[in-house]
Design a binder for this molecule. Sequence first.
Ligand code: EZ4
Ligand code: CO
Length: 405
Amino acid sequence: MKIKNIKVFVCCPGRNFVTVKVITEEGTYGVGDATLNGRELAVAAYLEEHIVPCLIGKDAHQIEDIWQYLFKGAYWQNGAVSVAAIAAIDMALWDIKGKLANMPVYQLLGGKSRKGITVYGHANGETIEEVLNNLEIMIDEGYKVVRLQCTIPNIKGTYGTLEGKKNYYELQGNRPLPPEQEWSTAKYMNFIPELFKQARAKFGYDIELCHDVHSRLSPIEASRLGKLLEPYKLYFLEDPITTENQEGYKVIREHTNTPLATGEKFNTLWDAKEMIQNQWIDYVRTAITHGGGITPLKKLADFASLHHVRMAPHGAPDLSPICLMAHMHFNLWAPNFGIQEFVGFGTPELNKVFNYEIELIDGLLYMKDKPGLGVDFNEEEAKNFPYKRSYLPVSRLEDGTLWNW
Ligand code: EZ4
Ligand code: CO
């Protein structure tokens, strides 16, 4: 089953996506997601210039060896650009294997461990009142877990809010230069507990709530926030700090029993090693696209399961539906699956380019059994949505100091 051709596509049906299609000599093909928000063309070039030529003629069945060849064999190994590229090839090869076996990919991983995928959605807003109105809508839609994010008063621009845009696709799809946002730890810390206090006062404790700090705090500040939020019993607090120093999580862990989640930017298994084996975190959030594919994520899940850490894959709109479908299979299998982030069913433009079927019933996501990943990429439609340069924002303190976004 030799690889005959690999095509790389960059399109913007609302926001940019990088997609690969691996085609075998027999005509079976698989698709993979290589999207790296704000650096899409770097990944496309990495694929086209440095990966594709090495894979033509290789056996599409040798998924593990191809993964090792692209990762270890490149000498430079990790890095977000190269790992996203490798992940897309890996996903496409699993898709091919599933199609050839005439089985959904979860069957190849070991079969189903559950009937459906618990997801958390996003309720956000410019005011606490607006967030709580959106939360009520989501509870009515059946969500069992919801992430709350609210604009922080008196600073310019808050992560996780829409700044007047209709949806995340509109927000992320059109930023020809990086917009600047402001950050104030004091204003944030003084405000955010009130959001959760009011949410609990209005909706009680049956609905699970979580929150993404987006790496803005120091370990001791994060410890304080975790303690302030303890009365509101969060499902998890995400990315309270950056993770260059894994032992930062030890500090937070020693101070608070608020559960902790991190890992959406990890691109090797070693990025989470100390925090997992020391049980400093509760959920690891690495996505199949940014973590290098299904092949390394299986290892991550098994390693995490030895240490009571559960999988909670990143599910932002900058991961394409191919990644979402790969997560569906992975999550159905992973014995230590916790929760999947889910931002909804996309836009009409997005769903013209990517064809997949999912259904949300009572807070659980389901898909139909199809061979492979169960998602297709429409090359012709993609041509109608050409790439548009678009950046993530940058963040500065009120005095101008560049901060973590
Ligand atoms: O900001 O994926 O939990 N979700 C997140 C995301 C990230 C984006 C960056 O590209 O933190 O919204
Ligand atoms: Co996040």
